[in-house]
Design a protein around this ligand. Structure first.
Ligand SMILES: NC(=O)c1ccc[n+]([C@@H]2O[C@H](COP(=O)([O-])OP(=O)(O)OC[C@H]3O[C@@H](n4cnc5c(N)ncnc54)[C@H](O)[C@@H]3O)[C@@H](O)[C@H]2O)c1
Length: 489
């Protein structure tokens, strides 16, 4: 497998190019962005900035330093610097063909070139290219920085290694690549969306419902289910114990009824007015930017909720977090003391009515710092799969100052004692803005084997690493407050 790209080249920096830039930069990939319109540089930087608040809330996993953004209008410069190129110019076959052919002549033949096209055929797009085997369609969804789906479609000349490299890169930046078995106009998702869209246009055109009523028909019902399971699995459940077979027997006859009118209606002025007026009323005076922010917060919240159940886009987020944690542990490996330091930022949803971190979130932050330490000493996902792990059996937390939404926190861990089964630590949480000590936590962790549900000796290699960390702190004085109990002085 070729090494993962470090610099993403973007051709066209509108809505989709901007979304790709925000996602790539956030996950540590440099971006060289090109647009024919030099004025797009400011727009692009604004789009990247606008995506930040939502992206920052998506995961607490340790991120690499953000990538650097460079804007150019020179194709030669993009081709010389990028080791993966994503084209996002307007949906026009001739324009895309010309640009793809030109960039393919300038960039080294092993560099993958992908197109964000919503529905054009890859075989048509790659026709004029040099080394067309390195081309594929990689169709993302707006907003690209939050939606993980990317449809990969090969053309007649695409090599299978191209799809493999593209899938590996997209996974690396937290996406879910879905390889489409063969090229069809509209790929998969736009075919599905288009069917729904045509029904909407008919229902509005026939004056059966307003745009708002049709959105309600999705938002309060199927939309909630769709985030976790697709139509097919949902319909399998609709058949009760008989599953899909019973569902088809029961609702099969409806296929012959006039429930859909997939031929699109003509876009008359009346229909256009109804669509525009309807959605304007729904927006209720809110700007596009305001609505985008609202949408983004909802998308983050949905993905974080799905993450708890390891399903759909939540499973993709979990896989990304595990990858980020592995990479952070690898970066920290050998760096003096880094396993004993953990940094995070207080998210708005961690605070209560007075904007202070909630009580139980202190335990979460101390726990996250311990998880990072555990990973660094080898108590990771694989270790836990063997049934062994540390349990927190006793703790004492002191609250000394306030932590507010947006505060950067740093937790340092002092290893007080380690033996065959026990690990005794003292953690100090400081806020970055003034280095105030916000809280301390003293914890006793017990190493347990779940098969026997009893304390059990830790793997000697883990103990060795913990002891090495403890010795590295031996010269430091005991932290004030260590060993204190609950109670009035
Ligand atoms: N908007 C969506 O929801 C969406 C979703 C998925 C895929 N797509 C696809 O992504 C592509 C881009 O869509 P968009 O919505 O970002 O369009 P857009 O109009 O917002 O952006 C296109 C950008 O390309 C630039 N451009 C035009 N000609 C160029 C050239 N020759 N060289 C360099 N830059 C050029 C324009 O200046 C503009 O900034 C299309 O193929 C579209 O089908 C769009």
């Amino acid at each position: 497998m070729t090494p993962l790209p470090r610099t993403l080249g973007l051709l066209g920096t509108g809505v989709i190019g901007g979304g790709w830039a925000a996602r790539a930069l956030h996950f540590g990939i440099d971006v060289v962005a090109l647009d024919v319109d030099p004025g797009m540089q400011d727009w692009l930087r604004g789009a990247v900035e606008n995506a930040q608040p939502a992206l920052a809330r998506l995961t607490c996993a340790p991120l690499p330093p953000p990538g650097r953004l460079h804007f150019t209008t020179r194709l030669e410069e993009l081709a010389a610097r990028a080791d993966f190129i994503q084209e996002n110019v307007p949906e026009n076959l001739g324009l895309k063909q010309r640009l793809l052919a030109e960039v393919s002549r300038l960039s080294p033949p092993h560099v993958v070139i992908a197109s964000s096209t919503s529905g054009l055929m890859p075989s048509d797009l790659q026709r004029e290219m040099r080394a067309p085997g390195r081309f594929c369609v990689a169709h993302p969804f707006n907003p690209v920085y939050l939606l993980p789906l990317v449809e990969l479609v090969a053309g007649k000349l695409t090599e299978s290694a191209t799809l493999d490299s593209a899938a590996a890169f997209f996974k690396h930046i937290g996406m879910h690549p879905l390889t489409v078995r063969r090229e069809v106009p509209g790929h998969l998702t736009d075919r599905l969306q288009e069917a729904l869209w045509r029904e909407i246009l008919h229902l509005v055109n026939d004056d059966v419902a307003s745009t708002g009523e049709l959105d309600d028909a999705i938002v309060y019902g199927p939309g909630l289910r769709w985030a976790a399971m697709g139509t097919n699995l949902i319909y399998h459940l609709a058949g009760g114990e008989g599953g899909m077979r019973h569902m088809l027997e029961q609702f099969g006859p409806a296929l012959a009824w006039p429930w859909t009118k997939l031929e699109a209606p003509a876009l008359t002025e009346t229909l256009i007015d109804r669509m525009v007026e309807g959605t304007r009323a729904q927006a209720g005076g809110r700007s596009i930017r305001e609505l985008e922010r609202l949408r983004d917060h909802c998308l983050v919240a949905i993905q974080r909720a799905l993450r708890e159940f390891d399903i759909g886009a939540g499973a993709t987020l979990r896989a990304l977090e595990q990858r980020l944690e592995r990479d952070a542990a690898a970066r920290a490996d050998g760096a003096e003391g880094s396993a004993l330091r953990y940094e995070t930022r207080v998210r708005p949803e961690w605070t209560e009515y007075n904007d202070h971190l909630r009580d139980y979130r202190y335990g979460q932050v101390f726990g996250d710092a311990m998880d990072a330490l555990y990973r660094a000493v080898g108590v990771d996902e694989d270790y836990r799969r063997s049934g062994r792990m540390y349990y927190d059996v006793e703790n004492h937390v002191r609250h000394l100052a306030e932590a507010k939404s947006g505060d950067d926190l740093c937790v340092t861990t002092r290893i007080l004692a380690v033996d065959e089964k026990r690990l005794h630590v003292f953690q100090s949480m400081h806020r970055r803005r003034d280095q105030r000590l916000v809280a301390t936590g003293e914890y006793l962790h017990l190493h347990v084997d779940r098969a026997t549900a009893k304390a059990a000796p830790v793997d000697p290699r883990v103990r060795e690493r913990l002891e090495a960390l403890q010795s590295s702190q031996a010269a430091e004085p005991l932290p004030a407050g260590a060993g204190r109990r609950v109670g009035a002085r």
